[in-house]
Ligand binder design. Structure first.
Ligand code: DQA
Length: 149
């Protein structure tokens, strides 16, 4: 039994209505509900957090270390391409994480090709849409299971 944390960055609160041709029709609360159910079925707990503010995402990652969170699933949204500060927070807490994106950012504008997170992530998921979040929970469960031995 491990504590997992799902963190979503800016504009992901608008999933369902935001560019549905790119990000799909599922709302964030539906994605979070499915991930929570999957985590529970795998014997873990999952907390979910979304913010449009960089400092709130940083504060949540820092808090995760105090809370004993074992693994983070992170979609940094547009901060993927800009935020050294959020990267530094993940390096500081040393909590393993999966970087996830609904879209395949490499098939989009060039400014989306760089990520400040991919090289420090345990693994990365790009372009599976909302289903990627469920894959991430399964991946996180596998990771913490191996870590526990
Ligand atoms: C995103 C990709 C980012 O480039 C974009 O800024 C987002 C969503 C994704 O999930 O595909 O907000 O992280």
């Amino acid at each position: 039994m491990s504590d997992l944390l799902l963190v979503n960055g800016p504009n992901l609160n608008l999933l369902g209505s935001r560019e549905p041709d790119v990000y799909g029709a599922d709302r964030l609360e539906d994605i979070e509900a499915r991930c929570t159910a999957m985590a529970t079925s795998l014997g873990h707990s999952l907390q979910c957090f979304q913010s449009n503010a960089e400092h709130e995402l940083i504060d949540r990652v820092q808090q995760a270390a105090n809370d004993g969170v074992a693994f983070i699933i992170l979609n940094p949204g547009a901060f993927t391409h800009t935020s050294i500060a959020l990267r530094d927070a993940l390096l500081a807490v040393q909590i393993p994480f999966i970087e996830i994106h609904l879209s395949n950012t490499f098939a989009r504008e060039e400014f989306r090709h760089n990520s400040y997170f991919s090289d420090i992530a345990s693994s990365c998921l790009f372009g599976f849409g909302a289903y990627g979040y469920e894959l991430a929970v399964q991946g996180a469960s596998q990771y913490v299971g191996q870590a526990e031995g």
